[in-house]
Design a protein around this ligand. Structure first.
Ligand SMILES: C[S@@+](CC[C@H](N)C(=O)[O-])C[C@H]1O[C@@H](n2cnc3c(N)ncnc32)[C@H](O)[C@@H]1O
Length: 307
């Protein structure tokens, strides 16, 4: 069944019904029915033939086709057996598309190894100018671990363009001293620049989700990314700093560093950076948190060398 110029809920439901399928909410199967928006996602990634586009959630392959037109190589992962087969038929003549069957996540904190192996392989085939992009209408229940963990992979994506819940986009873009500002905002803003491309009403999906969505773009800042001595340390420590978000910074750092730094070491680090006993992590700007975590890391390193 070829795609109409404007995909509709009726068209999609007929197509799935003909294949004996219906959307599964446990897999976050809310399909974009406005093909102009599928175009917008693909165009916002500004792909070239030097790029490897990774899509998590092939669905029926509407976005995959557009990525295949624009990118050098496309890797698309789909957990649902039936959709994997259906998309395989639709995309059979696309020589630059590789479909991967299964869960994109090995567990909550790790991406499946096969994905990055394939990304690296596709990049090496495209040559030294190859870039890596995540472009997807993400399943909402796994959007946070996918975006967050992908940034810890080697290489990280140069750009991410994703449809996610609006509430998650708000958290990623949040500024200090707001309720949405937290470890995720700091982690992603420390190494990349987020832009809100479009807010999407539930009406543009079939079936309609309960919440608004957003197309979010994140551009990796290579210089900031490469300035980190230990990115995982930064990621993990930032999470610990926001674990008790209402507590004062000193007590948060003391408990996060228990067994690793003495209270006196923590006080020294905080005093050096000009933080007093009333500072809270949630009011600190991203560069301040970057400096703090680096100072904690250096203090911890010095300590372990002296043991
Ligand atoms: C929101 S739909 C997007 C489908 C399609 N890309 C589109 O834009 O219409 C999300 C897709 O991700 C798949 N999916 C859900 N969880 C997944 C996981 N953990 N790993 C891989 N795919 C998953 C679903 O089966 C579904 O096809």
């Amino acid at each position: 069944m070829s795609e109409p110029s404007r995909q509709t809920a009726t068209y999609l439901s007929r197509r799935l019904t003909a294949a004996g399928l219906k959307p599964l909410s446990r897999f976050g199967q809310n399909f974009l029915i406005d093909l102009n928006l599928v175009d917008l996602i693909a165009n916002s990634a500004e792909l070239t033939k030097d790029d490897v586009a990774l899509e998590i959630g092939t669905g029926v392959g509407s976005l995959t086709q557009r990525l295949s037109d624009r990118a050098g190589a496309v890797l698309s992962v789909e957990i649902d057996n039936h959709l994997f087969e259906l998309a395989g038929e639709e995309l059979a003549d696309r020589s630059n598309v590789k479909l991967i069957h299964g869960d994109a996540l090995k567990n909550k904190n790790t991406l499946r190894d096969e994905i990055m192996l394939n990304v690296r392989q596709a990049m090496s085939q495209l040559g030294e100018n190859a870039r890596f992009m995540l472009v997807a209408n993400l399943p909402y229940n796994v959007a946070t671990p996918i975006i967050s963990n992908l940034m810890l992979e080697t290489p990280p994506p140069d750009r991410i363009v994703v449809t996610i819940q609006k509430e998650l986009a708000d958290r990623i873009m949040a500024v200090p001293s707001t309720k949405d500002y937290g470890a995720l905002s700091v982690w992603l803003q420390a190494i990349s620049d987020p832009t809100l491309v479009r807010v999407l009403s539930p009406k543009v999906f079939w079936p309609r989700p309960k919440v608004h969505s957003a197309i979010l773009r994140l551009d990796l800042d290579r210089q900031r990314y490469e300035s980190f001595e230990d990115l995982r340390y930064f990621h993990d420590t930032t999470r610990a700093l926001f674990f008790h978000r209402r507590k004062f910074l000193r007590s948060v750092v003391v408990s996060a560093m228990k067994g690793r730094l003495e209270k006196a070491d923590v006080d020294e680090v905080l005093a050096d950076l000009g933080h007093d006993e009333t500072t809270r992590a949630e009011a600190m700007a991203v560069p301040e948190i970057v400096r703090l975590v680096e100072a904690i890391r250096v203090a911890e390193d010095a300590k372990s060398e002296n043991v």
